[in-house]
Design a protein around this ligand. Structure first.
Ligand code: UTP
Length: 297
């Protein structure tokens, strides 16, 4: 019997070079998407899927992250004095959201290296990995389906998204076979950032994984790959190539809305897409946006 998953690991130790200079003194995961830092959406998603034990892998400038999920006495006291209960609730909400733990990565030697830092905390049970700059729209279901598939198949599960072949070189790309489930594929091979024109499919791994703990042993043995970094995709390729290690690797094909906030263009799109549907902002934004676009044309 596969055990029930309770732990979420959120790597947030990357340098965020695509977003410089904004990320010079602040992790990219703290960039606001409308009025919440990207990472709060990610923690909310983990909690909504039942994962309330959150381990963040942090790097330099980690204090902004820690402060966001901690009490801020002075701010709370000021809002209380002013009787601003609505904003006070917003402040307390992020503090009380989950049981958040932190571990430092040291040098950012790659996503695989970051995940390996979770070994002590996770122990010998399956766990989820959610990338701290990747937002899945809360209206679309992904993580809970992945947890279900992990339990059913007692294997490793990644999230896959169909991408334009022109951008396949930015992702880990999967070779797949169909299964009995429409939204689930069996992964027979994985390649990280394939050279242009060599991608084996248009199914890209996005930032959600539900993994068995055997991944840690594999990561220990994984040499640096693309970009000189220890790649999680390379460790997953080893698991896909030998089912006897940890039951192989499956992909849940996601057809919902996903925003890569580590990419500047996607970040701007995320803010617009999320704000137009917001009750408090949409009414003001939509007519302005229509007018703006019509004048542009
Ligand atoms: P990215 O490749 O998007 O992060 O990693 P990056 O290296 O910070 O980005 P750029 O290309 O320089 O702009 C995906 C996720 O993995 C984390 C990042 O914080 C991000 O959430 N990560 C990456 C780590 O935690 N440690 C690493 O060594 C690398």
């Amino acid at each position: 019997m596969a055990s029930r998953i309770t732990k979420a690991v959120i790597p947030a130790a990357g340098l965020g070079t695509r977003f410089l200079p904004a990320t010079k003194a602040m992790p990219k995961e703290m960039l606001p998407v409308v009025d919440k830092p990207a990472i709060q959406y990610v923690v909310e998603e983990a909690v909504a899927a039942g994962l309330t034990d959150v381990l963040m892998i942090t790097g330099r400038n980690k204090s902004a992250l820690e402060n966001h999920f901690d009490r801020v006495g002075e701010l709370e006291a000021t809002l209380e004095r002013k009787g601003d209960t609505e904003r006070l609730q917003k402040v307390n909400y992020s503090t009380d959201l989950a049981d958040v733990h932190y571990v430092r990565q040291g040098d950012p030697k790659g996503l695989g290296h970051a995940v390996l830092r979770a070994r002590m905390h996770v122990g010998n049970e399956p766990f989820a990995v959610l990338l701290g700059d990747d937002i899945i729209d809360a209206r679309d279901i992904l993580l809970s389906r992945m947890i279900e598939v992990q339990a059913e198949r007692n294997a490793n599960v990644v999230a896959l998204l169909e991408v334009d072949p022109a951008v396949a070189q930015m992702y880990g790309i999967a070779t797949v076979e169909r299964t009995d489930d429409d939204d689930v594929v069996c992964i027979t091979g994985l390649v990280e950032k394939p050279a242009p024109g060599t991608a084996p499919s248009n199914l890209a791994i996005i930032g959600r994984y539900v993994l068995r703990p055997e991944i840690f042993d594999v990561l220990e043995e994984t040499p640096p790959g693309k970009g000189g970094e220890i790649q999680l995709t390379d460790a997953l390729q080893a698991l896909a190539a030998d089912e006897s290690i940890a039951g192989g690797v499956y992909g849940v094909v996601f057809r919902g809305r996903r925003y890569d906030t580590g990419d500047r263009l996607d970040y701007i799109k995320a803010i617009v897409q999320l704000a137009v549907d917001r009750e408090d902002l949409g009414e003001g934004l939509r007519p302005w946006l229509r007018d703006f676009v019509s004048k542009m044309e």
